[in-house]
Design a protein around this ligand. Sequence first.
Ligand SMILES: Nc1ncnc2c1ncn2[C@@H]1O[C@H](COP(=O)(O)OP(=O)(O)OP(=O)(O)O)[C@@H](O)[C@H]1O
Ligand SMILES: [Mg+2]
Length: 252
Amino acid sequence: MSSGALQNGATQIVVRKLSKVYPNGLRALDNVNVTIKKGEFVAIIGSSGAGKSTFIRSINRLVQPTSGTITINGKNATSGGNLRYLRRDVAMIFQQFNLVKRLSVLRNVLMGRLGYKGGLEQIYPIFNSKDIDLALASLQRLGIAEKAYIRADQLSGGQQQRVAIARALTQEPSIMLADEPVASLDPETSIVVLDILKRINREDGITTIVNLHQLDLAKEYADRVLGFKGGKLVFEGAPEDVTREVYERVYR
Ligand SMILES: Nc1ncnc2c1ncn2[C@@H]1O[C@H](COP(=O)(O)OP(=O)(O)OP(=O)(O)O)[C@@H](O)[C@H]1O
Ligand SMILES: [Mg+2]
């Protein structure tokens, strides 16, 4: 099944009995079961060490789970299959932006097309006019088209995160993962970045899963909140269901 075929609201990600035990014996995920729908904006909350990053990184197999399964668009995402296709369909943005500092903004955004290149082109990519048009359109959408030819390290943190989002968008993913995307930004810039993620989520129907330390932002932006504690999913519900009692359950 191709991801584009999925209607908004259809089941897209099915996580079953997912556990991760790191080589040192630490159980970072403990029997997690959850289903995420196409087009949802999901916020993940929990204290430091709760397993939020491990969970998000399992979805594009940056972390290999110890047991359990994740099915994405009807395909097993935890073993076998085509990892390149998975990483192309599941884009990711990071707290530290992960740009190539010495390259131009446009070059960085074009990296989003690498998953579509094969063989030698993975090393010496040739970007065609479709790639360049997509990259420029992404920059335009994020309001930073005028920065296309500037070196990435000459931008502010908020601008760099917008470049990282443009790169993710240029992948044409069906799912966007964001691990603490605003943790390195000031409060006003955080709002700008989350507004952009939400707009892309709504306009393009890209399923968005975001780890957030700030509970107020999670409640404001998410359709659904997942609360992790000690590797277990201890809460799953609408933002308005995150009551004082839930807060205590997740953070204490
Ligand atoms: N590569 C690793 N090897 C061993 N233990 C790890 C590894 N990565 C994470 N852990 C441990 O697994 C647990 C969950 O880590 P994870 O990074 O998923 O938590 P988190 O909820 O994202 O925390 P934070 O809010 O601090 O980012 C923690 O106890 C962490 O120390
Ligand atoms: Mg983390």
